[in-house]
Design a protein around this ligand. Structure first.
Ligand code: MOS
Length: 696
């Protein structure tokens, strides 16, 4: 694979192009755009988890000043079938989860819409609901495929024989709770219809997907739908697919014939924007007396809703990190009367690595091996399905991390170090995340005044995507970045990958590189090297290029270290420092890359010590549904976090040589914390979060 023309921009620290706009409040998010005649919508949610809506009394709401309409399944515009039945909102009387939208009030002010929603009377037939995941739930089944298209079960060798023959064994079950993404910007949409065309501004990680979904739902040719997302205030996966807000806004705008703004409230996000499924994971490890892994079994259980099958791929990380001869990974799921779970930062690998990397720590203790050395000794050149890695520098991450962290000479005994009243501990864990590249398109245009306009339908959800795309474009064009104008966040540009699965930079960047190279070729070939007055424009599509790649296991790797203290009388855990060392291909922009990994490690610390959503089994409602009761790490909780990179060249990826970095940093982070808590206290917490009460 040929690399970029120059490397003047790629690899250099460049500040975000939109930084000033954002910090001065000029950046316009989904419902910020002033629009003449815009009205407001507020959803009415089901107050029960299972049943039917028998009727909706709209009269009290319609009597309120300013209320224009109340939509419900009796009068809402009809939708065509969708891939995601969750989006078929207000189409039928059935209710499949607490908080499902059963009506929508549209009014001239936000206040009257909200007042109207409170006045709507919903008559319902309520049925008993089944809302709690249990390891012995009779409805558990083994799906053939799990999220991201992985096969549910991978098996090789004879696990039972290998495990029985092992000299050191671990058999433990780990639990992770329901977790919510909590992006700063809620799921929000402005929608209007213009001569049969639908235009929306949506808080989404993929305006391509939103456009295609709206086109299908409203039976429109895709070119009559335009979705814009110039700025998006975070997503963490919850904005990876369209949510009911965009469907409701489009529906309401058609119904009242005016632009509609709809921003879900923080509380509504808990039921309507997805969450990370709780998991129950059994991990069994067997090793010989030298610390060589012989057998690994990872059996993961998760929940889905009755509307969609969504199986968190929690055991997949065990197919990547270790490859003993006897190896089995399985997934089971049960459909409950709960909101649909969804993608959340490092789906599968994040909860899976908590279980796996805690178990590896338990194995190290059982065999009296150093946990860094145990991991190094069990490195592998192929994954559990036999594919070679395109590049893998996990050992380098562990070694470099151990040096930087000061791991040498660590006393392995638990609860053996004190500083005043505090017990001190250190922990380590490995990380990996797939390096995905998805087909994308991009356009590039040269102007007669020697500037370049490059467009790719990336979503900058706070990552620095547009900045990084400009760096890639400038190097592919061989010019200074100041001569490149980059446009992102508009479905009209052409289809492109979601800002998810850590695939953005590699996917969009390849399309940008290809378009820019084509442009230079075109100028040289057809215009003797000089741009005519009308300019030169090209477009590129990477579908064939990606299909033509050789088969490899492509993943980024990392090593997570944590030092913390525990107050033995209160159970309070304070993290002192975290260090993450990552090998993630070529780092395009060290500033924004560090920021991604720092954020993900923070989210991992937050997962380890704070985050959990409590569900009330009687109602099926989430009782922690705001930022006062759902704790997310704040500045005061965040210790010193260091992010380092191991340089990595990988010719099997894409023209930039990049891997994804958005999710890698959360993988293993919670295990590193839990392992450090064990080292500090001697207490093994196998159920997150690690709260004071879990230490007694
Ligand atoms: Mo990420 S959960 O793939 O947006």
């Amino acid at each position: 694979m040929t690399t970029l023309r120059t490397a003047a921009n790629v690899g250099t620290a460049q500040p975000r192009l939109e930084a000033r706009e954002k910090v001065t409040g000029q950046a316009l998010y989904a419902v910020d755009r002033p629009l003449p005649g815009a009205v407001y919508a507020w959803p009415v949610q089901a107050a029960f988890a299972r049943g039917r809506v028998k009727g909706v009394d709209t009269a009290p709401a319609l009597a309120i000043d300013g209320v224009l309409a109340v939509l419900w399944h009796g009068n809402a515009p009809r939708l065509e079938p969708a891939n995601d039945p969750t989006l078929l909102v207000l189409q039928s009387p059935g209710v499949a989860f607490h908080g499902q939208v059963v009506a929508l009030v549209v009014a001239t002010t936000l206040e009257s819409a909200r007042e109207g929603a409170e006045a709507v009377v919903v008559q319902a037939e309520v049925q008993p609901a089944d809302t709690v995941l249990r390891a012995d739930h009779p409805g558990l089944y083994e799906p053939a495929t799990v999220n991201a298209g992985y096969v549910g079960r991978v098996e090789k060798g004879d696990f039972d024989a290998g495990f029985a023959a092992a000299e050191v064994r671990v058999d433990a079950t780990y639990r992770t709770p329901i977790e919510h993404h909590n992006p700063m910007e809620p799921h929000a949409t402005t929608a209007f219809w213009e001569r049969g065309r639908l235009v929306v501004f949506d808080a989404t990680q993929s305006s391509t997907t939103v456009r295609d979904t709206l086109a299908a739902l409203f039976e429109l040719p895709p070119q009559l739908v335009r979705v814009q997302n110039e700025h998006v205030g975070g997503g963490f996966g919850s904005k990876g697919q369209p949510r009911v807000n965009v469907v409701l806004a489009a529906m309401a705008a058609r119904f009242v014939g005016r632009p509609v703004k709809l921003a879900l409230s923080r509380q509504m996000l808990f039921a309507l924007a997805g969450y990370r499924t709780p998991t129950i994971q059994r991990v069994r490890l067997g090793a010989d007396r030298n610390g060589r892994l012989l057998a690994l079994a990872h059996d993961a259980i998760s929940q889905t809703s009755r509307l969609v099958e969504f199986t968190e791929q929690s055991a997949v990380v065990s197919r990547v990190l270790y490859n003993p001869p006897d190896h089995v990974t399985t997934h089971r799921v049960v459909a409950l009367d709960v909101p649909p779970p969804t993608w959340m930062r490092a789906p599968g690998d994040c909860p899976g690595s908590f279980a796996l990397e805690s178990a590896i720590d338990e194995l190290a203790i059982a065999g009296n091996w150093d946990p860094v050395q145990l991991r190094i000794g069990n490195d592998t050149a192929t994954d559990a399905e036999g594919l070679p890695f395109s590049s893998r520098h996990l050992v380098e991450c562990l070694r470099h991390g151990a040096d930087l962290f000061g791991w040498a000479g660590r006393d392995p005994r638990p609860a053996a170090r004190r500083e005043g009243r505090w017990l001190l501990g250190t922990g380590v864990a490995s990380a990996s995340f797939p390096a995905i590249t998805w087909p994308s398109t991009a356009t590039a245009r040269a102007t007669a005044d020697e500037h370049f306009e490059v467009a790719v339908n990336a979503a900058d959800i706070g990552t620095g995507a547009r900045t990084v795309m400009r760096q890639i474009a400038a190097d592919a064009l061989g010019c200074d970045a100041s001569r490149v104008e980059i446009t992102v966040g508009d479905s009209a540009i052409g289809p492109a990958a979601v800002a998810g699965g850590s695939m953005g930079t590699s996917s969009w960047g390849w399309a940008v590189t290809k378009a820019c190279r084509l442009l230079i070729e075109r100028i040289e070939r057809d215009h003797d090297g000089s741009v005519p007055p009308e300019g030169v424009a090209v477009s590129a599509d990477t579908t064939a290029d990606i299909a033509a790649r050789d088969e490899y296991a492509r993943h980024a790797f990392g090593a997570q270290f944590c030092a913390l203290r525990v107050d033995p009388s209160t159970g309070e855990v304070r993290i002192d420092r975290m260090l993450g060392v990552f090998a993630a291909g070529r780092i395009i922009n060290p500033t924004t890359a560090r920021s991604q990994l720092l954020g993900a490690m923070t989210m991992g610390a937050s997962m380890a010590l704070m985050e959990q959503t409590i569900l009330d089994p009687r109602s099926g409602d989430f009782v922690t549904s705001d930022l006062a009761s759902y704790h997310v790490a704040v500045n005061a909780d965040v210790p010193r976090i260091d992010v380092e990179f191991v340089p990595e060249e990988d010719p099997h990826l894409n023209p930039m040589g990049s891997k994804g970095i958005g999710e890698l940093g959360i993988v293993g982070a919670a295990a590193a914390v839990a392992n450090a808590v064990h080292h500090a206290t001697g207490t093994r917490v196998r159920s997150l979060p690690i709260t004071p009460s879990s230490l007694f």
